[in-house]
Design a protein. Structure first.
Length: 767
């Protein structure tokens, strides 16, 4: 007899009976996968969802069915809620046993590349055994992410989500803004700068480069004047990462970053209208029910949460706004803010920092410590027992950064994560140094002085652009980190790209803008003057711990840049792409790394696959491409290079341990206009080998290879070993641009040494 499924309260109007997002429940839920036409179907248990994945399926037919066994208790609920993510081209349909007869719940639901909540009325009778049937429109790998299945009662929901505005938009008794800008605007603490610094800061922001950034920030701030911050007052603060949002929470950007930009611009311009708008945002944040992202993080009977990203960013914004506008807030407002900083922010951050040891090994731990430092410094002004709280937060931040930054100054997570981590942590460390009257040099992590070599090696040829290795979501330096590092290290390479790297936060709804790139930290900590930007990619660079190698050679005024990627053991935010190489010719990306799309897009998982990188893969019995295994041992390219030659080899035995007995790749070139890629290995059985190449432009297939011609540059690829050459438009890159995927395939072979020749011809004179 099936047992009752749990009924975990989200709020008085909704409950969850299948919490797939909480891995602690996975063993308790009786789930079974039945394959129809799907090949390689499997359930993958993630920390925040249950993934249903397959390698291929017959187009237009049922791929598989996932059955959840158990009785569903009706209680007072009236409809089902199925919280799932489907990519475009995948459809899903639900059914349930009602009085021992299977009943379909509505028709097919098409994938939308984002999380949705599908609702269906509950049929009459006793309910049990929910089934999810999935079909695929086109052939190829697919995925469906399951977050939770639940129940709702719409008649109760309006009462749950409606919030009364406690003070109106004037916030009487809390907001004491004068009618004219006062001569003195004393800061509460001077966390990042003080009122004495405002004059020099205003002068700097009139300078070349800075004026463009500040004008962009001002435009964004004034757009917000047409909105009412109080309209967002409710259970949670707006956000745009739909992985963790309820459907009804959509439509708002990260208001805490809006408030930070508005508050900073108002302070610089002495603009009371902007100041009032920032303060309304601040008080709305303080009165919001919870600083967690959504109800899922506070589910009855569950210990799962997203971790304290949201709490950290809101704590930071509230601390800085309170610091800047202390003179406009009543004593009662200050007490409310202090209480909210701890109850809704710091208490949750402290829990995560004590609960999760792995936070100290990745970007998250150091990042979370920013709010502990800023919020703790604010509370020191009014709470007598804060003691060594801030010092402990600084110590934890430095411990995390010492683990995060490798000996060569790089990080395994790619430039995007490096830059975001620097933006967040440097703000906290600089605030600590100010508060404790210490030299900035005394609080910076020692390995940071070597990070310029990492930034140079992973930069693209165009100043201010970056390579897309790992979970890099943008080929632009979109954070405040480079200007901040330029201010801290004025003699290092950062100054050569600071102007090109200035964040221009013109689009408040961009996915990663909600985390980084407000421009505020760049304005405060960036250098007084910005020089013209130039290319910083070195002639040759090798990062022996990070696992990146790059070659940049010139030929008659043209540039040929090859980048070769490996990884440290247990690298984070990495893809199944060890041995991947990319090619830039005269700064044009010819053979690309796709990077990653936003995490709430299910294609982010599919883009990480080996076949969507410039690597080889075996073709297994099902006709699909095998995937590399996770990198459990350091997989680092070794080699040398100079102005004319480049030679590099990488041992790939570890990542191909499930497919090959031996495996490796060598790239060598005696002059810039020609290079060879040699893939070698031994398999347990004879299988076809596929060599994959990715480009934003279509390839022209030739007799024994292919060619690309882009803007007067020709790349010829000779793969005389290939028995078949195919090409298709295959998914997207980080900008959602279509990618052209070229595949050279061999005959079945057990021991192989495949040599592919690349020839470059510049058809026009250099610009």
């Amino acid at each position: 007899m099936n047992k009752d499924l749990p009924l975990l309260r989200l709020n008085p109007a909704e409950a969850i009976f299948a919490p797939f997002h909480d891995p602690n429940f996975h063993e308790e839920l009786d789930m079974n996968l039945e394959l129809k036409t799907a090949i390689g179907g499997r359930m993958v248990r993630h920390w925040d969802r249950l993934g249903v994945e397959w390698d291929n399926a017959k187009p237009g037919s049922d791929a598989l069915t996932m059955k959840l066994a158990g009785r569903v208790r009706r209680a007072h609920y009236k409809h089902f809620i199925f919280c799932i993510v489907l990519p475009a081209g995948v459809e899903a349909r639900f059914s349930i046993m009602a009085n021992n007869a299977r009943v379909w719940l509505g028709s097919w639901n098409s994938g939308q590349n984002r999380r949705v909540e599908i609702q269906h009325p509950m049929p009459d009778g006793k309910l049990a055994d929910v089934e999810l049937t999935i079909r695929q429109i086109e052939a190829g790998p697919g995925i469906a992410d399951l977050y939770w299945f639940g129940l709702g009662n719409s008649s109760r929901l309006d009462k749950v989500i409606h919030y009364d505005l406690p003070y109106g938009d004037t916030w009487d008794g809390l907001l004491n803004l004068p009618t004219e800008w006062p001569e003195q605007t004393p800061f509460r603490r001077g966390l990042l700068f003080s009122e004495e610094d405002l004059g020099s800061l205003r002068r700097k922001l009139h300078g070349v480069g800075w004026n463009n950034l500040f004008t962009t920030m001002e435009k964004r701030a004034r757009v917000d004047l047409f909105t009412s911050p109080e309209k967002w007052l409710g259970a949670h603060v707006p956000w745009t990462d739909t992985r963790y949002l309820r459907a009804r929470q959509g439509g708002g950007s990260a208001t805490f970053n809006e408030a930070l930009i508005i508050g900073f611009v108002g302070l610089i311009l002495k603009d009371l209208t902007l100041a009032r708008q920032a303060l309304r945002h601040l008080l709305t944040l303080v009165h919001t029910g919870d600083w967690a992202v959504a109800d899922d993080n506070r589910l009855q009977g569950s210990t799962w949460d997203q971790r304290c990203f949201h709490e950290e960013m809101i704590t930071t914004a509230v601390s800085l706004l309170t610091d800047w506008y202390a003179w406009a807030l009543s004593p009662r407002a200050h007490e409310l803010i202090a209480q909210a900083l701890w109850d809704k922010g710091l208490a949750v951050i402290e829990r995560d920092m004590m609960k999760f040891e792995h936070l100290y090994k990745i970007n998250q731990g150091p990042w979370f410590c920013r709010a502990r430092i800023l919020g703790g410094l604010m509370l020191e002004t009014s709470w007598p027992r804060m003691g060594e709280y801030v010092g402990r937060a600084k110590k934890d931040m430095l411990e995390g950064l010492d683990n995060y930054l490798l000996e060569d100054g790089g990080t395994d997570e790619g430039f995007g994560y490096f830059a975001g981590t620097m933006e967040t942590t440097l703000g906290g460390l600089l605030a600590y140094a100010r508060a404790r009257k210490m030299s900035v040099a005394d609080v910076l992590p020692p390995k940071l002085t070597r990070s310029e070599h990492f930034v140079a090696a992973v930069s693209a040829m165009e100043p201010g652009r970056m390579l897309l290795d790992g979970d890099n979501s943008n080929d632009e330096a979109i954070t405040d980190a480079i200007p901040m590092l330029t201010g801290l290290f004025p003699d290092q390479i950062y100054k050569a790209i600071a102007l090109a790297s200035l964040p221009m936060p013109s689009d408040p709804n961009t996915y990663y803008r909600q985390y980084y790139g407000t421009g505020v930290y760049a304005c405060i900590f960036g250098p007084e003057k910005l020089e013209e930007s130039r290319c910083i990619v070195p002639e040759f660079a090798q990062l022996p711990e990070t696992g990146q190698m790059t070659s940049n050679r010139a030929s008659s005024g043209h540039s040929v840049r090859i980048h070769f990627a490996g990884a440290k053991a247990h690298a984070s935010h990495t893809h199944f792409d060890k041995g991947n190489f990319t090619l830039e010719l005269d700064g044009h990306p010819f053979l690309i790394d796709r990077g990653v799309v936003r995490y709430d897009d299910p294609r982010s998982v599919l883009i990480k696959k080996s076949s969507r990188h410039n690597v080889i893969t075996p073709i297994v019995e099902s006709g699909t491409f095998a995937n590399q295994a996770s990198v459990t041992e350091a997989t680092i390219p070794q080699g040398s290079g100079d102005a004319s030659s480049f030679s590099a080899t990488i041992d790939l035995c570890n990542v191909w341990r499930e497919q090959f007995l031996r495996a490796g790749r060598k790239i060598y070139s005696n002059h810039p206009l020609e290079f060879r890629v040699v893939d070698f290995g031994v398999g347990e059985i004879a299988r076809p080998i596929a060599f994959h190449l990715q480009s934003l432009h279509p390839f022209e297939i030739t007799k024994q290879g292919a060619q690309l011609v882009i803007d007067g540059i020709k790349l010829e690829i000779d793969a005389d070993w290939a028995s078949a050459i195919t090409q298709a438009e295959d998914s997207v890159d980080c900008h959602l641009r279509p990618v052209h995927h070229l595949i050279f395939s061999s005959e079945p072979i057990k021991r192989f040494r495949l040599q592919t020749l690349f020839k470059i011809e510049f058809l026009k004179s250099p610009a």
